[in-house]
Design a binder for this molecule. Structure first.
Ligand code: UDP
Length: 223
């Protein structure tokens, strides 16, 4: 939070924060553009129990998961205290608005200066950038799912006048209460991914990347 505050105070450029999970790492193996983005962002945080396992396995343990879904309410809380202005971009029509109302109720004084669904299509890009810049936001939270949201941020970073931008995947759906988060017990057992699969079975296609991630880590460990 202090790091974010230093960026907001400096107002010098956009700082890109990326919450990384195993699926994204596997996409980055094949997508050189995304791989370069991950290498260049200002801060990556481990969003996904698989990363903690992999880090332990290769002898560079990471203390804990830092997820977008936990991070956004924390950022909103700090924003209300420190006066950061937020813009919520993405999710289905009306969801960002609903999430904004809930975050404002939870954090009196919170300034959410804009919400908009839109889409990551290039045709919409100029309009979205103008909208964000006109809002005077300090922090832009982009809910278009990975890797599109991070590509969108990276592509538009030079012309966005915000101090920090972060891709937040399905977080607005959680905040708005449209999709429930896994119970804490499941989260503590490292099974949040299984709960999401149970709620959204179509995720299985994306999750088929996970066994390949495990294999890649095991292979690396053996070297
Ligand atoms: N989304 C969107 N426009 C798009 C594609 C996705 O607004 O063109 C939103 C979608 O409504 C959801 C989020 O992006 O709120 C992606 O959520 P998902 O659960 O897939 O992301 P994850 O948390 O797995 O990264």
């Amino acid at each position: 939070m202090d790091l974010i505050d230093s960026w907001v105070q400096a107002k010098d450029r956009l700082h890109h924060v990326c919450t990384v999970n195993p699926e994204m790492l596997m996409i980055a193996q094949q997508d050189v553009n995304f791989r370069n983005i991950l290498k260049r962002v200002d801060l990556t945080v481990p969003d996904g129990v698989g990363l903690l396992w992999a880090a332990r396995r290769i002898g560079q343990p990471i203390p804990e998961r830092v997820t977008g879904s936990d991070g956004v309410p924390r950022i909103a809380k700090e924003a209300a205290l420190r006066g950061w202005k937020l813009f919520l971009l993405g999710a289905a029509d009306g969801v960002a608005d609903q999430a904004a109302n809930i975050l404002r109720d939870q954090n009196p004084g919170l300034q959410i200066v804009g919400t908009y669904a839109g889409s990551p299509k290039w045709e919409e890009e100029d309009r979205l950038v103008d909208m964000v810049n006109a809002s005077g936001a300090d922090i832009l939270l982009v809910a278009y799912g990975a890797p599109e949201q991070d590509k969108w941020i990276a592509r538009n970073a030079p012309r966005l006048n915000v101090s920090m931008a972060m891709g937040i995947g399905g977080t607005l759906d959680f905040v708005a209460g449209i999709i429930p988060r896994a119970p804490l017990r499941w989260q503590k057992l490292g099974l949040e991914w299984l709960y999401r699969l149970y709620l959204q079975p179509w995720r299985i296609k994306r999750m088929l990347r996970l066994p390949r991630f495990v294999l890649a880590v095991l292979r690396r460990g053996a070297n």
